[in-house]
Design a protein around this ligand. Structure first.
Ligand code: ZN
Length: 269
């Protein structure tokens, strides 16, 4: 029996319930998002809110524990730069970006923390679409050291073929209208013309957003997460995954850093 109030957050669990949940399914979710412009109609943290909700609801329905949300993300580098120029222009985007080496190195050590805490499968859900290939590169290198299943996926990938992801348009604004209606102000759609901020990355079809479409997108995402969780097959024995010291995680990071030329977040296209 699942309820909205069931505690699934690592930071909210007490030891007894943590152990019980871990025993039932030793899988951890890492929600990732950031603050970036989502037009005049939506809160900066749209990407964070949807990733956190999907992870929490997936944990309630299908099991697992949700790690503290990673609320800063890669931006301003590579393809982000021309995108920002195009959709935000010269105004201050008021965002919380980090460079890729900081986020990817952090992810290595987050994965280390997860396996050392007893998790045997990891699902990373990023609400910020586009960076997930680099997250998967980190997962690939980490798995050479500890072969735990690690899935890193963006929310548009969860609904590929059913809905088309966008930035602050019909898709994303619908999601937020469903999840956090108090953070959407569709009456401000026309601020893109009147405001000194200009477009502020608002999607052209944001006016088509509806709560019911948001619900359909989110439920479709959760159905995909259900399959991911079912396919994860966490490693059974604790002996399969020995404690990873900092020095060993450092070696994983060095292997990730040696592949800098493959990082998509440094590429312009
Ligand atoms: Zn977004």
């Amino acid at each position: 029996m699942t309820t909205q109030t069931e505690t699934v957050r690592w930071e909210d669990l007490l030891p007894r319930e943590f152990e019980q949940r871990l025993e039932r399914l030793p899988l951890v979710y890492l929600p990732m998002g950031l603050c970036e412009p989502h037009g005049h109609v939506a809160a900066f943290g749209l990407d964070t809110h949807k990733a956190a909700y999907m992870c929490e609801e997936s944990a309630r329905r299908f099991g697992g524990i949700v790690a503290p949300t990673q609320t800063y993300h890669i931006h301003e580098t590579g393809y982000h730069r021309p995108w920002l120029r195009e959709v935000v222009g010269d105004v201050n985007p008021r965002m919380g970006s980090l460079p890729p080496d900081v986020v990817l190195r952090l992810l290595v050590f987050q994965l280390r923390a997860f396996v050392n805490a007893g998790f045997r499968a990891v699902v990373v859900v990023t609400g910020h679409n586009g960076n997930q290939r680099d997250l998967r590169l980190v997962a690939e290198e980490f798995r050479r050291a500890r072969p735990v299943p690690i899935v890193a996926v963006s929310d548009p990938e969860l609904v590929a073929g059913r809905f088309e992801g966008d930035h602050a348009g019909r898709y994303e604004i619908s999601q937020l209208m469903y999840l956090r209606p108090e953070l959407v102000r569709l009456d401000r759609l026309d601020d893109r013309r009147g405001s000194t901020l200009g477009r502020f990355a608002q999607g052209e079809d944001a006016h088509l957003a509806t709560e019911s479409e948001g619900r359909a997108i989110v439920e479709s995402s959760l159905a995909a997460l259900k399959s991911i969780v079912e396919d994860c097959h966490p490693l059974p024995g604790i002996e399969d995954v020995p404690f990873m010291p900092f020095a060993e995680a450092e070696q994983v990071w060095r292997r990730v850093a040696a592949r800098t030329d493959e990082w998509c977040t440094l590429r312009e296209e």
